[in-house]
Design a protein around this ligand. Structure first.
Ligand code: C5P
Length: 424
């Protein structure tokens, strides 16, 4: 990548201005590894490339999930340790999320057993200051010292939890426990004015603790290096082998499972309902295939379509729209061992009753009965998310937005009156 002037330098990376784009930077990862606020330092040839590979693969998953990040491209090339990112003003706070008690938490809380599970996960803040050994800060201190606004602190904490949730899912698929994670944020200029909070800095094998099978003795992360007082060449080779393994493993993070939703509609007249289901599934990055088939009039054809979908490479979840009766859902459910979600069209009749609510529907005809198209799509996406971290990430982000829409509405409702002070 072409680079302009150097604009900054960390312990393991150098930042350059992008020669043409004023709001982009090039991050170049270095081969250094440090611990104890830089007190211990070694060079592992090739570590910079492994760090860039790991970071770019992690960021690709987070970008695909819809999280606001600074990552644009790069880091994947065999001979390159460079990434293109959006220029941000970094907020000098390390945000640590802990799923399980380990590391500095145990030192600060000697009564707590290693491996204690936190529910909810714990968020801690550390002010970046090597000379003072990165002191722990409260949210109030961050606001008081004008490091960030209270809204920014809430966003950083929310995003950090979401990031942890998505990365824990991606690691869980490989039977690896994400123990804790450090992230950092920056402010970037928004189109149309103002600033926005973006996940920035690197997320690599220095940023987390990861225990395969939940066993600390099998750890793959930088803690191995921290634990050795004076590492020998063979110790450093061992550390490098773990970093290589991690870079290789995270390549699977954003890989798609190939799962899809097979929509079996009883009638062409269900099209508007199915269009809404498909639109929602697109927002979860879930592909669909649709067929029209009738349990009464074309049972052989319906069975053939189900068998074709069942026999495809990707995992299938069915949604049946069952326009006029519940027969189609019961038929599909009996014909396949895969999950079936019945989403009857509102106002149709089912079992002689008009469909007005999913609660009124007789059960036992499908794995699930979900009336509203948006909720049927969400239910299908959740099933496919089991082995697809992009879909899981999008579900997590959608649920987060649904929650914040409610809390924002409540905030507006109870906001003090503006302007002349008269109630609106
Ligand atoms: O040392 P401590 O337990 O506070 O670390 C929590 C998490 O933050 C660990 O995953 C560690 O790798 C990470 N961390 C980091 N950079 C630091 C301090 C901690 O990436 N300066």
């Amino acid at each position: 990548m072409n680079k302009g002037a150097e604009v900054g330098r960390g312990k393991t990376k150098v930042l350059y201005q992008h020669p043409e784009q004023a709001d982009s930077l090039v991050v170049v990862s270095q081969d250094s590894i440090t611990a104890g606020d830089g007190a211990k330092r070694n060079v592992i040839t090739g570590k910079g490339r492994l760090a860039a590979l790991t970071t770019s693969r992690v960021y690709r998953l987070l970008n695909d999930a819809g999280l606001p990040t600074h990552y644009i491209s790069g880091g994947e090339d065999e001979d390159s340790n460079e990434m293109l990112v959006r220029r941000c003003t970094m907020i000098p706070i390390e945000v640590v999320v802990r799923g399980v008690a380990a590391g500095s938490y145990l030192k600060r809380n000697p009564g707590v057993k290693s491996g204690t599970v936190f529910a909810p996960r714990l968020v801690e803040y550390f002010f970046k200051d090597d000379a003072r050994h990165d002191p722990q800060y409260t949210a109030e201190q961050i606001v008081e010292e004008k490091i960030a606004t209270s809204e920014e602190v809430v966003l950083m904490s929310d995003y950090a939890r979401l990031i942890f949730d998505i990365l824990a899912h991606a690691w869980r698929r490989q039977n690896v426990l994400l123990v804790d994670l450090k992230v950092e944020f920056g402010r970037a200029n928004k189109e149309g004015g103002g600033t926005e909070i973006l996940l920035a800095d690197v997320i690599d094998n220095d940023s987390w603790r990861i225990w395969p099978a939940g066993d600390q003795a099998l750890m793959l992360d930088k803690q191995i290096y921290r634990n050795i007082a004076t590492p020998s060449t063979s110790d450093l080779d061992n550390v490098k082998a773990k970093y290589e393994e991690v870079a290789e493993r995270v390549a699977a993070f954003a890989k798609r499972s190939g799962g899809f939703v097979g929509i079996i509609m009883g009638s062409r007249s269900d099209t508007p309902h199915v269009d809404r289901i498909e639109e929602e599934l697109r927002s979860f990055a879930v592909p669909t295939r649709r067929h029209i088939a009738s349990a009464h009039k074309t049972p052989v054809f319906a069975l053939k379509k189900i068998q074709q979908l069942d026999n495809m490479l990707g995992r299938v979840v069915y949604i049946t729209t069952a326009g006029r009766s519940n027969a189609l859902s019961a038929f599909v459910d009996a014909a396949t061992a895969n999950p079936v979600i019945a989403s009857p069209v509102l106002g149709s009749t089912w079992g002689g009753m008009e469909v007005v609510s999913s609660l009124a529907l007789p059960g036992g005809v499908a794995s699930m009965v979900v009336l509203e198209p948006e909720n049927a799509a969400l239910a299908a996406a959740k099933i496919l998310a089991v082995d697809d971290s992009v879909v899981y990430g999008r579900v997590v982000m959608t649920q987060y937005r649904n929650r914040t829409n409610i809390t924002e509405a409540d905030k507006r409702l109870n906001a003090p009156p503006q302007g002349n002070g008269k109630a609106q």
